[in-house]
Write a protein that binds this ligand. Sequence first.
Ligand SMILES: C[S@@+](CC[C@H](N)C(=O)[O-])C[C@H]1O[C@@H](n2cnc3c(N)ncnc32)[C@H](O)[C@@H]1O
Length: 204
Amino acid sequence: MSLWDSENSFSFNPGMAHLRRLRWLEGDRGDALARVAELRAGDHVLDCTLGLGQDALVAAVVVGQQGRVVALEKSLALYAVVSEGLKTYDAGPESCRVEPVHTGAHAYLRALPSGSFDVVFFDPMFEKPKKSQPAFEMLRRFAEHAPLTPEVLEEARRVARRWVVVKGAKHSEDLRKLGLEAEPGSRYTSVIWGRVPALPPARE
Ligand SMILES: C[S@@+](CC[C@H](N)C(=O)[O-])C[C@H]1O[C@@H](n2cnc3c(N)ncnc32)[C@H](O)[C@@H]1O
């Protein structure tokens, strides 16, 4: 399945996720998402921003076959192309499959019981567009651009058992607006990562 508009077309491609997965399988534990989220084998991960499916595919190999990765996408066009593409991706025996859902994150989170996932992850559209691959330019034209709000972040903290992790653009206010500090990371990437602990379970 391909998505076309007047400027370009786009089909699913695992892109850098394929390399990140191979590195993980070779024993390289440096992947930023796995590190910041402290992902472990068997974890259940809710990726609230599926996009091209790349971070979700990396999470899928890190949590392994006993784990679970559910990934939400609000744009119907992107959901259609990426969910069809993921069906054709050979995840291999070490990985679980990504379970895509066409929905907005806030409504989905509100309907979940507290403590449903070990980690909830957001990679919202960056405030300042960075130079990107053509597939990402296409994504930008179809994507949901509404920023992550403190209200949605709080809902995610209720749904998480361990961490809520947020990816943002370096030199932007993306994380600071949410009260998050950037975690120590590589000087050479254009993204930063923040995290906030899950809310303690509510007492009866
Ligand atoms: C920056 S991209 C995510 C890229 C993804 N992490 C990857 O590795 O390919 C953000 C995606 O999240 C989607 N999105 C943004 N806000 C959303 C929301 N509230 N609910 C569901 N999807 C959302 C956008 O449509 C877009 O496809």
